[in-house]
Design a protein around this ligand. Sequence first.
Ligand code: APR
Length: 309
Amino acid sequence: MSKISIIGAGHVGATTAFITAQKCLAEEIVLVDIVEGLPQGKGLDMFESGPVQGFSGRVRGTNDYEDIAGSSIVVMTAGIARKPGMSREDLLRTNASIVANAASHIKESCKDAIVIVVTNPLDMMTFHMWKQLGFPTERVVGQAGCLDTARYRTFIGEKLGVSSKDVSAILMGGHGDTMVPLPRYTTVAGIPLTDLMSTEDIEAIVKRARTGGGEIVSLLKTGSAYYAPAAATVEMVESIVMNQKRVLCCSCLLQGEFGWNDLYIGVPCILGKKGVEKIIELKLTPEEKALFDESAGKYKTGIEEMLAL
Ligand code: APR
């Protein structure tokens, strides 16, 4: 029986579960959280929408990590957001310990699972999850690029007055601020974006996509984005479950690719039933490579800081 577990039944975790159920991607979806009643209530509520929405998979919530046993995919969304007065190091330490705790249960209950990490700071938490699990690198992958790309595609579609579905793009590098745009690899139904839009307009859109998370936070005031992050996560889940072999930008462990080692960062990859089946080492111009190296250098330092905590 196909089973997908989602750790963290907060905004991103619950929305991921709901979209996964709607798309009929699993026979059973398990939501795990430490707050009593929260995953059970949300899971039951989603399950009860099945007859109306036309899905028959079971959705249930639990506080017991043992219930993830036998999952083929585990999505990690548990974590805390930075609170006022909390240092970056405190946030890193807290989320790293939540990730380590989840990893110990995943190792025990579903040692063959593919693990998708969504918890921020994304590229560092994915590295930490991989280290803690000791799984092959192709089975531990982070969600960031799919979200950044979704935002970028949305804004391009809006600006050009075309369906964002027809916008195809790849963005590399770290999640958010140090994201590396590749306009020369962006097309609209196969037409190069650079033929359709001015450099200034492209730059404005890249800037907005880079700060897309912050834009939502400033509107919401409390809390952060979750609809697009969840949809982007399900894009990865679907490619794995259906063995679609989509070319998606995900946080993957680099082992020599793009000249970097022992670092999780956003790169284009093929995602199928084995997880990350291949990293696509596309050719970068010297300018693009410089931006990628700057982003990678930042995360390499971040990982070293995390390991030193
Ligand atoms: N085990 C299981 N669940 C946990 C644990 C744990 N050890 N620690 C915290 N949680 C749960 C919380 O109880 C909460 O329900 O994780 C959930 C997080 O949900 P939200 O606070 O709503 O956060 P959300 O918006 O879903 O974001 C989750 O995804 O995009 C990233 O930056 C975001 O790191 C954050 C994560």
